[in-house]
Write a new protein. Structure first.
Lengths: 320, 501
């Protein structure tokens, strides 16, 4: 009798509280729990617990023996290869994969990662301080001690480094050496740089093109601007993946299906200031985001092979 | 009395266990072989430079206030004594915020101090010069007058007396102060991370980056070992210079205007950093006026949905209330069972990387699902035992033997001796230590930061860091103010309680 009651209570608790999935990702995507989580719960009864992690791949390596997360978000079209090689993620093709607008948004043909959104890197600047518009990478050198860049071991720092490699090829380190007098400091990550930039510590920072939407919404579009240098732009894709663990929850797969639905994509637009990977009408304020047709591209395999060495070389230059 | 080495070894084992699991699974010899000696030597050099320069400047800055303090007893010296709360209790985040504001003042901005070695050294000197004042003034006070008089009779002039008599007598005491300052600045984390940037990353910052961003656990282990071995060697060197046990009565002397002026200016500068930290919470950065907006926002449910301020305060208070109990009981047992190895073991752990400890603890959580708060209590316990040990050493070790012997005559058990004799006399010392450990835990940042507990078990320091990172300046400054006020009050109370002992 006791057993029956306990089993009943256990089943009831499952019905009334549903399942929970743990999602690991960057600090900037906390909205996945607070906003997307509400819709996901209504749809599936599953609660999302979002845990912000600084360096999601290192953390997954640490948890390899006993992974606590079900999903990781914020993998890019570059670093997913490391997660795949280390067998930290598992292939899954979402049932909603057909919603993806362009073939080029598919990060991995084996579906180890599902694309969430994409964006462009840019240089954000304080027009009141620079006094003129910036157009090229070389323009950065005109402003001593005004540029905020990020540690190449952080997401934006890594992407900015790849951008310069794409633009300058073999001479990329020379460019960085000549850029050094303009650098005010190398921050630990984008949030840190943005905080410094916002309080006026530096006039220019490496960041995102879509930050212009934020500047516009804050009524600061005349003060803060973004530009993509004439040398070419850099596009990156962000994705989500199933964590490779013994018991993969059904709702974890449902989450990946959900990622490609219009409701989630809308939130990625509004909260992440990124572009959707499905056909979705962009809001009016997206017209403030600078774009370019000249995009620099790097082969993911080639990048993955050299990444560690490149980071090492750049850190060496930045530390000199 | 029979001494038991077990407690010293328990402390050592408690340190080793979390590290053991981590090392077993992540240490790979082949990864070590590929490490660049030059690159790591450079890191060591940076740490050494920052530690060395901080010691030198902290000592230079401290000489005159220490001189003033050893020959005067007035309100100024009372406040000077109180400054010792800065190196031990003033939260790193608050220091970083205060210095960022100071270096961004229009008058200083042109000097480009922020993100340079100067910024790190200035913050380190602010943080650590009170330690040098304490040790230097104790050293100066304890020079017996009769020895100086004898030297004078032997015909030595003032200069010779200073170099041949005073300095050698002061050296052991001053060395201890220098050692402490060196440890704190050699392994400094928050200040280097926020005020220095990548160019000035020291070993401790690199260990955290290697663990959190590169996942090169073997490299982090090598760096941690280098740091640990270097500091333990330095600590053992300190034992070559035991302090003199001679104490002289305090005698007031006339101090000229210049040292008084220097001491006053020094005091004003130190206090202004603390006050900036407090008042910044009441200042609206955007409107440039006095405001309580930051405090209102801080406790609003809207903000708490995204930034668990209340939860952070609750968790930090919980940890800060529980941990000191274990720390005090254990430290008491350590001191009662003091052997030759005790001090060596306790102080050697001060050189161990807190970032590494944090990662090792979170790895235990990953493997065995041990509650995070339990692991945090263990982490804070391990890092605060040396501090409690320093506070309680004199009182427990020098407890009047004749009183204890009376207990023995009455055939009291050790527990009853503690309960009926030691505890009533030492209760204020225990309470003072409790409050001081409480304050340290409230401001602790490195362990919880490297464990990445922002979502699962946020603490005040983590939420504060998150607020500043997301440029919630009003709320961040308000939380920082609250933290400083709590710490100052706790320190004041603890001082009031222990000053009569």
């Amino acid at each position: 009798m006791k057993k029956t009651v306990l089993t009943g209570l256990f089943l009831m608790s499952l019905i009334s509280f549903g399942e929970e999935i743990v999602v690991y990702g960057p600090e900037s995507m906390k909205w996945i729990e607070s906003s997307a989580g509400v819709i996901f719960k209504e749809k599936t009864g599953t609660t999302i617990k979002y845990v912000p992690i600084d360096g999601v791949i290192p953390r997954m390596k640490l948890e390899k023996k006993n992974p606590k997360a079900d999903i990781i978000v914020g993998l890019t079209d570059i670093n997913y290869l490391e997660a795949k090689k280390e067998m930290l993620i598992k292939n899954y093709k979402p049932t909603t994969a057909g919603n993806i607008a362009k073939e080029e948004f598919i990060i991995d043909k084996e579906w180890s990662v599902t694309p969430i959104d994409y964006g462009m890197l840019a240089l954000n600047y304080n027009y009141e301080k620079t006094g003129s518009d910036l157009k090229t990478f070389e323009d950065l050198k005109k402003y001593p001690k005004e540029l905020l860049v990020q540690d190449p071991r952080s997401f934006t720092g890594e992407a900015f480094m790849l951008w310069t490699i794409g633009v300058y090829g073999e001479n990329w380190l020379k460019f960085w050496e000549s850029l050094k007098p303009s650098i005010l400091t190398v921050s630990s990550g984008w949030s840190d740089s943005f905080a410094k930039f916002s309080v006026g510590e530096g006039a220019i920072m490496s960041g995102y093109a879509s930050s212009s939407i934020y500047f516009y919404q804050d009524g600061n579009e005349n003060k803060y601007k973004s530009y993509i240098p004439e040398e070419g732009g850099y596009v990156y894709l962000e994705g989500a993946a199933l964590v490779n663990k013994k018991n993969i929850k059904k709702s974890a797969k449902e989450f990946l299906n959900f990622v490609l639905e219009p409701e989630f994509q809308k939130l990625a637009l509004e909260k992440n200031y990124m572009f959707p990977v499905i056909n979705y009408k962009l809001p009016e304020d997206y017209k403030y985001v600078p774009t370019t047709d000249k995009i620099v591209k790097l082969d993911a395999e080639y990048v993955n092979k050299n990444m560690e060495n490149w980071k090492k070389q750049l850190i060496e230059v930045l530390k000199k | 009395m029979r001494r038991n080495k077990t407690y010293s070894y328990i402390y050592l084992i408690l340190w080793v266990i979390p590290l053991m699991f981590f090392i077993k699974d992540f240490f790979h010899l082949e990864e070590i072989k590929s490490l660049s000696f030059y690159e790591n030597f450079e890191l060591f050099k940076i740490s050494l430079t920052q530690g060395g320069l901080s010691v030198i400047f902290s000592t230079i800055i401290a000489i005159i206030p220490a001189y003033y303090m050893s020959y005067k007893k007035n309100t100024l010296t009372k406040i000077l004594e109180g400054l010792i709360f800065i190196p031990f209790f003033f939260p790193t985040i608050s220091t970083v915020v205060a210095f960022t504001l100071i270096f961004n003042l229009p008058i200083l901005k042109n000097f480009s101090v922020l993100y340079t070695l100067k910024a790190i050294i200035l913050a380190n000197v602010f943080y650590n010069s009170p330690i040098m004042i304490k040790y230097l003034s104790e050293g100066m006070r304890n020079i017996p007058k009769n020895i100086v008089e004898a030297a004078k009779i032997d015909g030595l002039n003032e200069v010779n007396i200073f170099f041949k008599i005073k300095i050698p007598l002061m050296f052991p005491q001053v060395f201890r102060g220098m050692f402490l300052v060196f440890i704190y600045t050699f392994a400094s984390f928050g200040i280097v991370l926020a005020l220095g940037g990548i160019r000035y990353s020291n070993l401790e910052v690199e260990i955290a980056n290697t663990l959190l961003k590169d996942a090169n656990f073997s490299k982090a282990l090598v760096l941690g070992t280098v740091q640990f071995l270097f500091l333990i060697t330095l600590n053992l060197l300190g034992d070559l210079y035991p302090p003199y046990e001679i104490r002289d009565d305090f005698s007031e002397r006339k101090v000229s205007t210049l040292p008084t002026l220097w001491t006053t200016i020094y005091l004003l500068l130190e206090c202004s950093v603390v006050l900036i930290g407090i008042f910044y919470g009441f200042y609206n950065y955007y409107t440039g006026s006095f405001s309580l907006k930051g405090f209102y926002k801080l406790f609003s449910s809207d903000l708490n949905t995204y930034y668990p301020v209340l939860q952070g305060i609750r968790n930090s208070l919980l940890l800060a209330s529980i941990t000191p109990i274990f720390v005090i009981v254990f430290t008491y047992l350590l001191l009662k069972n003091f052997t030759k190895v005790t001090s060596a073991i306790v102080f050697s752990t001060m050189g161990f990387s807190s970032a590494f400890l944090g990662i090792a603890l979170i790895y235990i959580n990953i493997l065995y699902d041990i509650k995070l708060w339990i692991l945090l209590v263990i982490g804070y316990f391990l890092v605060t035992v040396p501090i409690a040990y320093s506070f309680m050493y004199q009182y427990v070790r020098e407890f009047p033997r004749d009183i204890l012997d009376l207990g023995k005559l009455d055939a009291l058990s050790p527990f009853k001796t503690f309960l009926l004799i030691e505890c009533p006399i030492l209760k204020k010392v225990f309470l003072g230590t409790y409050l001081q450990i409480f304050a340290i835990i409230l401001g602790e940042f490195t362990i919880s930061y490297s464990m990445q507990l922002g979502r699962d078990f946020p603490t005040i320091a983590l939420v504060n860091y998150s607020l500043f990172s997301d440029k919630k300046l009003l709320e961040g400054a308000a939380l920082s103010s609250i933290n400083i006020i709590i710490v100052v009050v706790l320190f004041y109370l603890s001082n009031k309680i222990t000053e009569k002992e």
